[in-house]
Design a protein around this ligand. Sequence first.
Ligand code: ADP
Length: 264
Amino acid sequence: MSNQEKTLFCGIDIGSSATKMVILNDQKEILDVEVIPQGVGGRATDIIFQRILQRNPSFVHYKMLRVATGYGRLQCDDVCFQRSEITCHAKGVIHLIPEARTIIDIGGQDAKVIQLSAKGNIEAFVMNDKCSAGTGRFLDVMSQVLCLDITQMGDADAKADKVIPISSTCTVFAESEVISSLSHAEKPENIIAGIHASVAAKVASLAKRTTIKEQVVLTGGVAQNQGILRALSQELNRPILLPPMPQFTGALGAAIYAIESVKA
Ligand code: ADP
């Protein structure tokens, strides 16, 4: 085995709400992934790494080239280099869906829209990180009010027979509206459809600050919620593609940068 074959490539995405890791071999094949719902400031990277080593004991024999991205990337000093989340999301998405031209990433505390050229270069991006409406945080708060796990929101949305609209854009006031709807015995699934419509409207208005070009791809932890995918597709009036493992595209992009750093 050559030295090159004995290297593995690790992308670490330390977000505001979750830490993600992707391990690739030099053929860009995904060997393992892990996520912990704990973001910047904790010990999530060490815990994830231990879990991956427990599942793959042979990895200790490999050199591991690590690249960090995400909001908390600078807290990670045991890496070769850091890359911004915008460049890493673009890299990861283009690898999975080469025809992507617009990436909408909805994370724990921000939403971003990235425009790509036909060659996959970043042409523009806009970001909302000032307000939790239109982010995972808004959905996390609402799922707690509804006593539902965040992973159940998409399935509940699919059962809605009407949408109970939410008029407040502020998370605190929107929470009061949801509590009021529950007290009026509205069906939780219809309230959830309204919550998703509210997030979709907020994210769509961010996306409309750019020129939306197809194919549009949705990434981030929130992309796992089928209700958001449906509501956003309706709001933008166009199809939206979902990559496999949409929460990992930033970590995947970082791992690809690690590979490219040795092949450059
Ligand atoms: P960040 O990079 O900002 O930390 P992520 O892209 O990892 O954020 O997304 C975190 C958000 O994803 C959480 O706020 C949570 O609402 C949402 N999320 C995580 N897992 C799921 C899931 N299985 N279904 C729906 N939403 C999820």
